[in-house]
Write a protein of this length. Structure first.
Length: 281
């Protein structure tokens, strides 16, 4: 699959969508009646297609790569091609974990940096979120960056949703499934993540991987985001950055069937024109 050529100005972002899955049957896929979670429909449109369409609306994205567990059907390939009309699109085999998929994609892609990474189970992703994230890190000197959403933003809009939070001294944050590698040094963060990603739902274990002092500070509620970034940069040997996103939708990914129900409600209400993006019901 191919599309528009690379810009002759500042090189645009390469966007990588992680659409693979860990082993075993996925509960979201089972509930939706599809073979793989990425094809589960959100308000009638497969989540992967929604993410592709969003990335195509971003002027900073020059091409898209999708990391998949299995080859799409001819029908799904045609649907992807329609959504990605006008932009270069490639399909890559996924690894055994998200970090392995990123490493494999970097090896497979020509000139992969800067690399924007998101997931197929993020159907509420918007071009506005990506633009905000990129504006915060472009020219920052960071090698690797991650987006998060403050709990106050999420709970004001969607008090019913349950998220996994990192409890920093300056406020709780939830991951936003939006990352960037701005150069090859950023791969050190991916290698580090590969060693600890099994604990991704256990915040205290994640913090503990950075040493005893940050763990104690975290447990006492004294570890700030800036403290965590400084320590992470030291441990991984690359300059890290964390960006707060002011969008509640950024934290709503689909890990379980209840998440898909919430996403359906949000999208259906929005498409009827009753609710603005990120606004409470």
């Amino acid at each position: 699959m191919s599309g528009r050529p690379e810009s002759t100005g500042a090189r645009p972002l390469t966007a990588l969508i992680l659409a693979g899955e860990r082993g075993g049957e996925n509960p979201v896929a089972r509930a939706a009646g599809v073979a793989e979670k990425c094809w589960a429909p959100a308000a009638g449109v497969p989540m992967l297609l929604r993410v592709v369409e969003t990335l195509c609306r971003c002027r900073t994205v020059g091409r898209i790569a999708i990391s998949l567990r299995s080859d799409p059907t001819a029908e799904d390939r045609e649907a992807l091609a329609r959504r990605a009309a006008g932009i270069a699109l490639s399909l890559l085999p996924c690894g055994v974990s998200p970090s392995a998929s990123v490493l494999a994609a970097v090896d497979a892609l020509d000139r992969p940096y800067p690399l924007l990474i998101t997931t197929a189970d993020h159907p509420l992703l918007s071009a506005q979120m990506i633009d905000h994230f990129w504006a915060a890190i472009a020219g920052s000197g960071a090698d690797v960056a991650a987006a998060v959403t403050p709990a106050s933003v999420i709970e004001r809009a969607y008090p019913e949703t349950r998220r996994t939070y990192l409890r920093f001294g300056d406020g709780r944050r939830s991951g936003a499934n939006l990352f960037a590698l701005l150069g090859p040094e950023g791969l050190r963060a991916v290698e580090f993540w590969r060693r600890i990603e099994r604990d991704r739902k256990r915040p205290w274990r994640l913090i503990g991987a950075f040493g005893l002092s940050p763990l104690v500070a975290y447990l006492l509620g004294r570890l700030t985001v800036d403290d965590a970034v400084r320590r992470a940069s030291q441990i991984i040997g690359a300059r890290a950055a964390i960006v707060d996103l002011p969008f509640a939708d950024a934290a709503i990914d689909v890990d379980k069937p209840a998440d898909l129900v919430l996403v359906d409600r949000i999208l259906n209400a929005r498409e009827r024109g009753h609710v603005q993006a990120g606004a409470p019901f």
